[in-house]
Design a protein around this ligand. Structure first.
Ligand code: ADP
Ligand code: MG
Length: 555
């Protein structure tokens, strides 16, 4: 119901809206705006129309209003409350007030002081309904619901200031925004400081579609699906195709049971989607669902892989570019495939890593990063003492694990290069492109022989997107050429994975402490699978002391 009141205010061109609530809204909801106002002669009209269906419950009320019987919101609300509208149009000396109780408006409007704009005051919701309490959830629940609606609207109208107060205390204060910093601040007010701080910015346009907004990096996923706002052409929607595409973009980046958090705005030609399938369910019918799914999946995968932090939008794919052709091979999302991937990941990462039998030298936590050394090591401090992590080894190790688990769960997530890269290679390597096409495909590569001794790279595994494509492909084809010919065509030998992992690179730029911490967390999770060369060493406080003791003895 508060949704309809807010929409009326927005329709009236309000720049500032204040909402006052008492007792979760059951006693009072007052929405005040600075919009164009209602002419005194129209006040009666606004209330007098008859609701076509009888309102008995809050859900009924919601039905009447959200199903969009134009001109029914105010009369419906009036029929189950004590309602007062006060409004003043610009240029008028004073405002005019009209009251209604249980649907019957007074016949007289009274002059009353009011700033330009409109206030709608709804008191004692369902006061005239027998067993009123049955129709209202607890005050807390009602208020939570109301607050959520205010957030949703607030997140789609950054140019309108919205303030929600309960019992005269500010609950939400969404200020007018004019620039990126203000938008982040508003995002923090609506979605919490943690989300706003760590959210990755999304900003992609292609094939007539535009996706903007913010998504939580995987480290800041949530234990509940409670921070998920998706707007289609400015209207919030909840849609299976959309959530599927988003989930898939996070595939094998999220712990099982964790949920992505996002505030996203998809804009497309209005003819490309029908939002009116069922307004209260917010469902959508896309004309080309596959294209939209593909676009969402690819844009978000890219944003996640780029890890664009605040102010570093992962920007723009070329319009109509090679990356977004719908129906490409490898596109076969099914719910079960995603689930498999998640299960596989669960098995792989398992519970908190503890190495058995290694005594107290083994840290279960690598602690907090203090900084990096020569771009090669992370220096961290944990309870036991100092930790040094070899970033290169860690990266290699993580890349290996990621490729392996992705293969175990189907195929490696692939990503188009912004610009395809062509280069020449000896013929004994280029023949591998045809010969091992099944393996290449499973590994997330899209290579084309562009001549007897040249290869064009179109797509690479998403987890290796920072690698240099030429070196990556040369290494890969060399490793494949060395595989014994009796190996089954589809099999990907460990040696090939290891060679690929060797090529993984860090995202360019100086990592922040948060990013280094993120790396530590990944290494911790991965400890169970550690074999071979060590990725980190622990120096206990005793060892440090002993070290200096030895030095002292020496001098
Ligand atoms: P609808 O919005 O579908 O027309 P409502 O019952 O919500 O029906 O509102 C009835 C009419 O009252 C609106 O058409 C509009 O002219 C007027 N109105 C309602 N709220 C406001 C407001 N906050 N500011 C200006 N006019 C309003
Ligand atoms: Mg309305």
């Amino acid at each position: 119901m508060v949704k309809e009141l807010l929409e009326n205010s927005l329709d009236a061109g309000a720049r500032e809206i204040g909402i006052d609530v008492e007792r979760g809204g059951t006693r009072l909801i007052r929405v005040r705006d600075d919009g164009v106002g209602i002419h005194r002669d129209d006040l009666l009209l606004a209330l007098a129309r008859h609701a076509t269906s009888k309102v008995a419950t809050l859900d009924d009320l919601e039905q009447v209003t959200t199903l969009g019987f134009r001109g029914e919101a105010l009369p419906s609300i009036a029929s189950v409350s004590r309602l007062t509208i006060t409004s003043r149009r610009a240029g008028e000396e004073n405002g005019w007030r009209l009251r209604a109780e249980g649907g019957l408006p007074e016949t007289q409007v009274e002059p009353t002081p009011h700033p330009p704009g409109t206030s709608v005051e709804v008191r004692d919701l369902f006061f005239n309904t027998p067993a009123r309490r049955k129709f209202l959830r607890t005050e807390k629940t009602e208020f939570g619901h109301l607050q959520e609606i205010v957030k949703r609207i607030g997140l789609s109208h950054f140019d309108v200031a919205i303030r929600l107060r309960q019992e005269q205390k500010d609950v939400l204060n969404l200020r007018f925004t004019d620039n990126e910093a203000e938008r982040r601040r508003r995002l923090a007010a609506a979605c919490g400081a943690a989300f706003a701080k760590h959210a990755l910015e999304v900003d992609f346009q292609a094939v007539g579609l535009s996706l903007r907004g913010w998504i939580a990096d995987p480290e800041h996923s949530r234990s509940q699906a409670d921070l998920q706002y998706f707007y289609l052409n400015g209207r919030i929607v909840r849609d299976k195709l959309v959530s599927h595409a988003i989930r898939q973009a996070y595939q094998d980046l999220l712990y099982p049971g964790r949920h992505p958090a996002y505030v996203l705005y998809l804009d497309l030609e209005p003819t490309q989607a029908d939002v009116n399938v069922h307004p209260s369910k917010h469902e959508v019918r896309f004309r080309d669902g596959r294209l939209v799914h593909d676009f969402l999946f690819r844009s978000l995968s890219r944003a996640l892989d780029t890890g664009a932090g605040p102010g570093h939008a992962a920007k723009v794919m070329p319009a109509g570019g090679h990356g977004l052709v719908p129906g490409r091979k490898g596109y076969a999302p099914t719910a079960s495939r995603v689930r498999e991937a998640m299960d596989g990941y669960a098995a792989l990462t398992g519970p908190a890593p503890v190495e058995p039998g290694a005594g107290d030298r083994v840290a279960t936590s690598l602690g907090r990063a203090l900084g990096q050394v020569h771009g090669r090591y992370v220096l961290a401090q944990n309870q036991l003492g100092l930790v040094l992590v070899d970033m290169r080894a860690a990266r290699r190790h993580l890349a290996y694990g990621r490729l392996k688990s992705a293969l175990a769960n189907g195929a490696v997530r692939s990503q188009p290069l912004l610009v395809p890269v062509a280069f020449s290679l000896p013929e004994d390597l280029t023949v591998m492109v045809e010969e091992k096409s099944a393996v290449l495909h499973r590994l997330g590569f899209d290579l084309v022989n562009s001549g007897p001794d040249s290869v064009t790279v179109h797509r690479v595994p998403a987890s290796l997107r920072e690698a240099e494509p030429q070196a990556l492909v040369r290494t890969l084809l060399t490793a494949l050429a060395e595989v014994a010919p009796e190996e089954p065509a589809e099999h990907v030998p460990e040696s090939v994975l290891a060679a690929l992992a060797e090529q993984s690179r860090m995202a360019p730029g100086e990592p922040t402490l948060d990013e280094l911490d993120g790396l530590l967390r990944q290494v911790e999770r991965d400890q169970e699978n550690s074999e071979g060369r060590p990725v980190w060493v622990q120096l206990s406080q005793d060892e440090l002391e002993a070290l200096f003791g030895t030095l002292q003895a020496a001098f």
